[in-house]
Design a binder for this molecule. Structure first.
Ligand code: NAI
Ligand code: AKG
Length: 426
């Protein structure tokens, strides 16, 4: 009996942490609230295409290692699919599928002419040499080359991938295409057709959401205590922006642990010492765990690392008044409910982290037109896009008396549902 109960509770816990099924539940709720028939949900609950590839890489020790990778294309009714590529040991097929659905929702929320796509390779780039990483990146592009391209599916950076990896991938695709194809991928170095502001775009978008959310809750960002989980692309730029705006960044973390100081951390020093994978805490002895960090005292909490960090286990202990999700999928559905009931304003991932794909879109447009904008122009366009999206979703949540995640899904799903209907798919 006891063993049966324990097995049931493990099953329930695994279900809550399955990002695909929880995303499907919210998509279903959003479509029902919008009055769409069940067949629209049947179409949108899974990607239209999912490719699994095996990539052989000759390692530096002379052995050959076979890596598994994925590319999911959720829905291309609105336009080509778009979304990052993740290199991480925990990548799974279901995770990549969920990430592609989130990309569709983001494109809908910030009104881009795209559907969602996402890729991932099961690997640990922190343990690979530069040459092995180049070989893996080029091998992945060769393996998925038939289904990607500037008018089909446009990749970008995500966890543990960066502008160098985008450059190798663009070069490999250009060789296959026998044409210089900068619009194949975004997040490239500026000299290869990258856009000003793309590197910091995700964090900029999150900063704009924090400003808007703080205004709604009468909190001054200047002087507010902030914890940021993750010190990579999203988390490190965000910490810098908030620090420069006068917020007190009291906590940060990476995959190995967290740092907390109620008086505020020396962000410039930490930025200077972090490595290219967003690791910095290994240099310190007085670290705490990621779990502890999330529960420490602060006004604003920003998970900017990986999925399933705020769950029903710790949601009751979160001290922040505002939680802004820079990461994809950091809060489970059960935790969303708990935080909302506790009066904590939760700004969901599909809205808060949409700055990255927004500037990726600007990069793609600049590649297509062959004319490039200044950083100021990009920043202004990003600001307009993010504030409009935030307020549309905030007002939808208020009017309908629902949480901001469901409101964001309702706003995000509508365009692809309509486009699929007009195309006669449902
Ligand atoms: N880079 C981008 O443009 C965008 C990123 N995101 C999301 O933001 C999140 C972070 O992505 P990036 O900053 O780009 O990645 P990154 O690779 O630059 O940094 C990842 C950070 O998370 C930490 N981390 C990794 N595994 C962890 C774990 N198990 N527990 C705690 N920390 C861990 C790493 O140490 C590092 O500090 C991800 O969820 C990603 O999907 C969302 C939109 C766009
Ligand atoms: O910049 C992009 O196209 C995609 C970024 C991404 O993967 C994300 O928003 O999760």
């Amino acid at each position: 009996m006891v063993a049966e109960k324990a097995a049931d509770s493990t099953k329930e816990n695994n279900k809550q942490l399955d990002v695909l099924s929880s995303t499907q539940t919210v998509v279903k709720n959003a479509l029902e609230k919008l009055g769409y028939p069940d067949e629209v949900y049947e179409l949108l609950k899974e990607p239209l295409r999912m490719m699994t590839v095996r990539i052989p890489v000759r390692m530096d020790d002379g052995s050959t290692k076979i890596f598994t990778g994925y590319r999911a294309q959720h829905n291309d009714a609105v336009g080509p699919t778009k979304g990052g590529i993740r290199f991480h040991p925990n990548v799974t097929e279901r995770e990549v599928k969920a990430l592609s659905i989130w990309m569709s929702l983001k494109a809908g929320i910030v009104d881009l002419p795209y559907g969602g796509g996402k890729g991932g390779i099961i690997c640990d780039p922190r343990e690979m040499s530069f040459r092995e990483l180049e070989s893996l990146s080029r091998g992945y592009v060769r393996a998925v080359s038939q289904i990607v391209g500037p008018t089909k599916d446009i990749p970008a950076p995500d966890v543990f991938t960066n502008s160098q990896i985008m450059a190798w991938m663009m070069d490999e695709y250009s060789r296959i295409d026998e044409f210089n194809s900068p619009g194949f991928i975004t997040g490239k170095p500026i000299v290869l057709g990258g856009s000003h502001g793309r590197e910091s775009a995700t964090a900029k978008g999150v900063t704009i959401c924090i400003d808007e959310a703080a205004r709604k809750r009468n909190i001054e960002v200047k002087g507010a205590k902030v914890i940021v989980q993750g010190f990579g692309n999203a988390g490190s730029f965000l910490s810098k922006f908030l620090h420069d705006a006068g917020a007190i960044v009291v906590g940060i973390s990476d995959a190995y642990g967290g740092l907390y100081d109620p008086e505020g951390l020396d962000i410039d020093y930490l930025l200077d010492r972090r490595d290219s994978f967003g690791t910095v805490t290994k240099l310190f002895n007085n670290t705490i765990s990621n779990k502890e960090l999330l529960e420490r005292e602060c006004d604003i909490l920003v998970p900017a690392a990986v999925e399933n960090q705020i769950t029903e286990e710790n949601a009751h202990n979160i001290k922040a008044k505002i939680v802004v999700e820079a990461a994809n999928g950091p809060t489970t559905m059960e935790a969303t409910k708990i935080l909302t009931e506790r009066g904590i304003l939760l700004v969901p991932d599909v809205l808060a982290s949409a700055g990255g794909v927004t500037v990726s879109y600007f990069e793609w447009v600049q590649n297509n037109q062959g004319f490039y904008w200044t950083e100021e122009e990009i920043e202004e366009k990003l600001y307009q896009t993010m504030t409009k999206a935030f307020n549309t979703i905030y007002n939808t949540a208020e009017t309908r008396r629902i949480d901001m995640r469901l409101a964001a899904y309702m706003v995000g799903v509508r365009k692809m549902a309509e486009a699929s209907r007009f195309r006669g798919w449902v």
